[in-house]
Ligand binder design. Structure first.
Ligand SMILES: [Zn+2]
Ligand SMILES: [Zn+2]
Length: 461
């Protein structure tokens, strides 16, 4: 066994049940334990069995689980991992700790509605998906602010690991994670956005050398358009729809995207670029926005002290979904889920939206290729599309906008050019995105070994 090793247990060449195992000189940590956005087969949860049943298993300690941020693809597998490894120390930023509670409650609901395939997962695997796990995690988790060093040492290790969180600019509480053990340095980007958004400033990662970097690659296959142009474009779209007496539906993740889009819309209203239409937003979004507001001074944001609660919003009432005022006069509806998953508010509202030719749906976030949101994006106006178990004619307008919370390729490469890692591991992206980042990085960092890891395989470094 080498002194350092790693394995990608989820999120290799996809955005899945993200989980990275890092071994350094007798210490072992997991970074993130996600739930796959769509799949409920063997890829639903991190492949922890690859470690537990590995021929090296006795040399592979797992001491801690460190969470980069609270999106479900990074934390939805936490109860599953804690069931297998109840001794784990749990670390995150303070905001992630607070958001975790809301997100895991939602994961528990989500798994009842869309359960794991019983061919791969049995009841024992999932017995921790109940509300008592939330209290357990609250007691277990140790939370740190950005740039405060803390350490961890495995019982039998000679040297411990120093750990530090850096603002990743992706959502509230998101962190890049720096790890250092006996002079060997590791950086894991988590999900990162280097450019500023409307609510949050960009990432502030250390510009120093690391021996190994784990980088996400979500956006690396394409060149996202300039943000300012997208803001102008969505303003024009909202104006056109509302002038034709229609409403705009914006499917959004409750965490991150909703707060960002609310801020974009509110800024446009304050500037007079769009009319002051009623804004409808959903229940879980409100719970998360409250946590955003709790940290409005203590975590960097574009306008310190700005609160999401300052934006006038009307709650979406689930029981009265199809009778909402957005069907009576022009309005903006910000509704979960972002990928329009079956049974969610955005999925249900879309049925009615499809019928109205003067209505519009603005897709603003990443779509898993198998999600209904992706089906909608690739559909044609005035044609039938598959929607759940039925087919519906889509009359309304559909437009895609890029308000991404993930870095463009050049910005990752720019940061890597400061870091000059000996090894770069690329994950959290579709194959073409990972390959494109690998190819362009190799052009400027000739001395860096680049790995596109195989799912579940242990690599020595
Ligand atoms: Zn994320
Ligand atoms: Zn992610």
């Amino acid at each position: 066994m080498n002194r350092n090793a790693f394995a990608i247990l989820g999120g290799a060449e996809e955005i899945g049940a993200n989980c990275t195992y890092i071994y350094s000189e007798g210490n072992g940590v997991l970074i993130d334990a996600g739930l796959h956005p769509q799949k409920r087969d063997k890829y639903a949860f991190p492949n922890i069995d690859a470690l537990l049943h590995s021929k090296n298993q006795h040399n592979l300690p797992i001491d801690a689980l460190i969470l980069s941020h609270a999106h479900t693809d990074h934390i939805g597998g936490v109860p599953y991992i804690l069931h297998k490894l109840p001794h784990l120390h749990l670390f995150s930023t303070r905001a992630t700790r607070d958001i975790l509670h809301v997100m895991l409650s939602n994961t528990i609901r989500l798994l009842t509605y869309n359960p794991p395939d019983p061919n791969y997962w049995n009841e024992n695997d999932l017995e921790q998906y109940n509300s008592s796990i939330l209290e357990k995690i609250e007691l277990l988790i140790q939370a740190y602010p950005y740039r405060e060093l803390f350490s961890l040492k495995s019982l039998n290790a000679k040297h411990g690991i120093d750990i530090e969180f850096f603002d990743a600019g992706h959502i509230l509480g998101s962190a890049g994670i720096s790890l250092e053990c006996n002079g060997f340095s590791i950086f894991h980007t988590g999900d990162v956005q280097f450019e500023k958004q409307s609510l949050l400033p960009g990432a502030s990662f250390p510009k120093r050398h690391y021996d190994i970097v784990f980088s996400e690659a979500t956006n690396c296959a394409t060149d996202p358009p300039e943000r300012s142009k997208e803001i102008q474009r969505i303003a024009k779209y909202i104006n056109e729809i509302s002038e034709s007496n229609g409403s705009v539906l914006i499917p959004c993740f409750a965490l991150g995207k909703s707060q960002e889009i609310l801020t974009v819309i509110w800024n446009l209203m304050r500037k007079g670029s769009i009319p002051h239409l009623p804004i409808f937003s959903g229940g879980m979004t409100k719970n998360i926005s409250n946590i955003y507001d709790r940290y409005c001074y203590s975590v960097p944001r574009i306008q310190s002290g700005f609160e999401i609660a300052d934006i006038p919003q009307i709650p979406i009432i689930r029981e009265e979904l199809m009778n909402g005022d957005y069907f009576k006069k022009p309005a903006i509806v910000i509704a979960t889920s972002g990928m329009m998953n079956k049974g969610t508010i955005s999925f249900e509202l879309a049925r009615e939206w499809f019928r109205q030719k003067n209505y519009g749906i603005a897709i603003v976030g990443w779509q898993d290729p198998e999600a209904p949101g992706a089906t909608l994006l690739h559909s044609e106006r005035n044609q039938q599309i598959a929607w759940g178990h039925t087919t519906l004619r889509r009359n309304c307008r559909v437009e895609k906008f890029s308000f991404t919370a993930h870095s463009r390729r050049e910005k990752i490469i720019e940061w890597l050019s400061y870091v000059r890692p000996k090894t770069l591991v690329i994950m959290h992206g579709e194959t073409d995105a990972c390959e494109r980042l690998a190819e362009e990085t190799s052009n400027i960092l000739s001395g860096t070994r680049i790995i596109l890891p195989k799912y579940g395989k242990l690599y020595s470094i």
